[in-house]
Structure formats: C-alpha cells, structure tokens
Design a protein around this ligand. Structure first.
Ligand code: ZN
Length: 357
C-alpha cells in the first residue's frame, strides 16, 4: 500500500510505501488521519538507520521528516504493467493559470472522491508542478534564470544550463526504458494569452491509427469540462514547436503514448450555445484540473469500479453549471484529427460530478 504524504518542511507531496510511515499500520484504505503528523522516511536508507537516531528529533541530516498523510492507494498487482501519466506545469513561469490547473489535478487525485480512489489504484500519476522554479521566483514571464525558454530545449537539455528540464527528461527516459512501465500520457500545462477556453495541442503522425487515437482524450475531456473546447484543439508539427516537450516526447515515445500541451486561457471561456464569455477564476482553473484527472477514468474504462453513486456537484459552487454544449467555433478549425467536427462534442452533456474544495 502507498501513502500520499505531504512533507511539512518543504510542502512537497510524494507517494511512498506505507512502511516508510513510522507507527502507521493501516488495515484499510479508510484507515488514516490526514490531520495527524507522522514521521516519514524519504528513502529506505533512512528507515534502516532509524535505530541510530533519536526518535522525533530533526537531526543535521533531517533524517526524521514530519508529514501528513493525504490518501492511500493499493499496490499495483505484482507483475502488472504500470500505466504512467506524467504531468508537468509552469515551464513558462508567467503562465500562472497552469499552476491552478495542476493544483486541481493533484487535489482531486489525493481526495476521498470515489473516482480518485479508483484512479490511484490503477494508474500511476507522476507530476512535476513547476518546471521552471527559478523563473517563477524571479517573476520572469517566459524564461529561466539564465534566459532560456526551457520549452525549446527538450531535444538536448544541459544539466548545467537547464537542470530541471534535464532531470525531468532523464526520469522520463528511465521510465521509457523500463519494461515494467508503460508511459502512456505526457501532458504539459500552459496558459494562452489570446485564445479562449481550455484546449490542447497534439502531434501529427504518419500512422493514421495513432493519429486518430490521440483525439480520444481531448474528446472525452470535452464531455467532462464545460470550459474545454475540442474545436480549439489542434494537431501540428510546426518547426517552431520542435523543442517543446509535447513535440520531442511525441517523437521519442512509442506509439501507445500520447503527448499533449494543455492550454488554458488567461481570460475566459465561452459556454457552448452562448455568446458570453465567463471570466476564469482560480476555482475554475482548478475545476478544469479536476476534470482532467477524472477523464482518465473514462479513458481507461474504469467507471464500473467506482463505488456507489457519484456525489453531485455541491451547491456551494459559485458558477452556475447549466446543461451545456461543448464550446465550438473558436479555434483553428481546420487542423483537427480527422478534419471533421466531432458530433459528440455538439451533444447535450450532463453536469460534471466533481466536488468543490
Ligand atoms: Zn507556455
């Protein structure tokens, strides 16, 4: 069993075996207290050294870390192939909405929601929420401390000039080379300064089946998220985007992998069937993140595993969520997979059933 823990010293979340949480022996997935502070070992060596340390003390090496448990997940079946979804955000430091979307994804995945529990038991999510921390710290709009647009250096990142990018790329390549891991999704979250709604960029492949398969996730997301536009979603291989994560990893990973840039407007979204723009709020960005996470339940056809009826959207929700159509007619329009409008995206859709926070 794995515990999703948040370390208090740096407010960073990890998924670790529960054996690293001292004095914690859950008998079920409900059996934890997310208010209590536990001692958690960050790595196996720390646990092995425990007898040499004074319990509860913060030594010079910070061997005993304080953390809260947010959620639990079952072990994947022995020998089962790990399905991995890798998500990154904030490679462009000025695109603050991407952090709220990413926060929505993380909060949902570690929540008590029945969908989140099923997802935790079947899919491994690896998330790097801030790819350009020095740029964020300095208040840069697009570049790192050294003036690089990191999203143009995926092809050959330097450990000295682009250390965060280099580290994440190494991790992704390690996973790609591990036969027990199937890296099925890479999603890089950005914010867009001229377009409306949320939408995606994907890759173009010669293999028609692969090309068409890439359209599935954004179509499903369009059904779950009122602000996500499949019409604005496009697929390209522009030379100017060659160094981006989505383009580079789309060329590197095998044909079962899908790589996307998820864009969300800095400003507003237009609900299908209306002409008025709804300004985005921080909460609306996080809701998009929650809907991104829940869409993996549909993609992997895990719906039958969700226990009990799904909770309706709480009435505390500030935004009115009427029955809606997917937003349409606000994008490049001629570069969709298959080249045709998606009929399902025009249909009336039910409200998303996600909690608010
Ligand atoms: Zn960007």
């Amino acid at each position: 069993m794995y515990a999703f823990v948040r370390f208090l010293e740096d407010n960073v979340c990890y998924a670790l075996p529960v054996s690293r949480v001292r004095d914690f022996s859950p008998t079920s997935q409900q059996d934890f207290d997310n208010q209590k502070v536990y001692t958690v070992y960050r790595n196996p060596e720390e646990a092995a050294d425990e007898d040499d340390e004074s319990p509860g003390e913060w030594g010079d090496r910070l061997l005993l870390h304080k953390a809260q448990i947010l959620a639990l997940a079952a072990n994947l079946l022995p020998g089962a192939e790990q399905k991995v979804v890798f998500i990154t955000a904030r490679v462009h430091p000025g695109e603050t909405p991407s952090s709220f979307v990413c926060q929505g994804i993380i909060d949902f995945l570690v929540s008590h929601h029945p969908i989140a529990k099923v997802l935790r038991d079947h899919v491994v999510f690896k998330i790097a929420p801030m790819l350009n921390p020095d740029g964020v710290y300095l208040g840069n709009y697009r570049c790192s401390l050294m003036g690089f647009d990191l999203n143009r250096h995926w092809a050959n990142p330097s450990p000295w000039a682009h250390p965060t990018l280099h580290g994440v790329k190494e991790l992704i390549i390690d996973m790609y080379n591990n036969p027990k891991i199937n890296l099925e999704f890479y999603i890089d979250i950005h914010a867009h300064s001229t377009m409306m709604n949320g939408f995606m960029y994907g890759n173009i492949f010669e293999d028609e089946e692969r090309f068409q398969r890439q359209a599935i996730f954004p179509k499903l997301l369009c059904q779950n998220a009122e602000d996500f536009s499949y019409s604005s979603t496009s697929f390209n291989r522009d030379a100017v985007k060659a160094g981006t994560g989505r383009r580079f990893l789309g060329g590197l990973l095998n044909d079962t992998s899908s790589c996307y840039t998820l864009e969300v407007s800095f400003y507003s979204y237009i609900l299908g069937g209306t002409a008025s723009a709804v300004p985005y709020t921080e909460e609306a960005y996080m809701k998009l993140g929650r809907n991104v996470a829940r869409t993996f339940l549909d993609y992997y056809r895990l719906n039958s595993l969700v226990e009990g009826p799904l909770a309706p959207t709480p009435k505390t929700w500030k935004d009115k969520v009427p029955h809606y159509k997917c937003p349409a007619q606000r994008g490049p329009g001629n570069s969709h997979a298959g080249g045709k409008p998606d009929k399902r995206s025009q249909a009336h859709l039910k409200e998303p059933s996600l909690p608010t926070r």
